[in-house]
Design a binder for this molecule. Structure first.
Ligand code: IDP
Ligand code: MG
Length: 139
């Protein structure tokens, strides 16, 4: 079991002024922020990050959304981080997200859903490496 995951505060939530409130929820839930950066993704970066979804009908809209403004990727640490963070963010569609989850409180729509969370330990490792070099991840 791994203890790290990659979270992203997506452009909708950054633009809506929810960055601080979302970080507060993440820290209050017991995660430690090991790396974080505010960055405006290039088209190439967004396409690369979501390459697994490139055959999905929403892919181009998703890339447009993820490049629409700055976002905040972060490397997060907690025991069982991947599953714990998925539970904290809630269902992909905020209409189906449980009360108290980040998406329930801050997402606009199934696309503009405030946050990303890795879905497996293997992807967490890849996604953290996508955004951060090892010397940017703090002990
Ligand atoms: P996840 O973020 O909960 O893991 P995924 O299925 O991996 O959900 O989808 C990646 C992202 O693509 C979602 O977070 C959301 O922004 C977007 N997305 C997923 N499904 C749809 C859809 O049906 N319409 C529009 N956007 C979608
Ligand atoms: Mg996913």
């Amino acid at each position: 079991m791994n203890n790290k995951t990659l979270g992203i505060i997506k452009p909708d939530a950054v633009g809506n002024g929810f960055t601080g409130k979302i970080i507060d929820k993440i820290i209050s839930a017991g995660f430690k922020i090991k790396a974080a950066r505010l960055m405006h993704l290039s088209r190439e970066q967004a396409e690369g990050f979501y390459e697994v979804h490139k055959e999905r009908p929403f892919y181009q809209d998703l890339v447009n959304f993820m490049t629409s403004g700055p976002c905040m990727p972060m490397a997060l640490e907690k025991d069982n981080a991947v599953a714990e963070f998925r539970q904290l963010i809630g269902a992909t569609n905020p209409a189906e997200a449980a009360n108290g989850t980040i998406r329930k409180d801050f997402a606009e729509s199934v696309q503009n859903n405030a946050v990303h969370g890795s879905d497996s330990d293997e992807n967490a490792e890849k996604e953290i490496a996508f955004f951060f070099s090892s010397n940017e991840i703090h002990d």
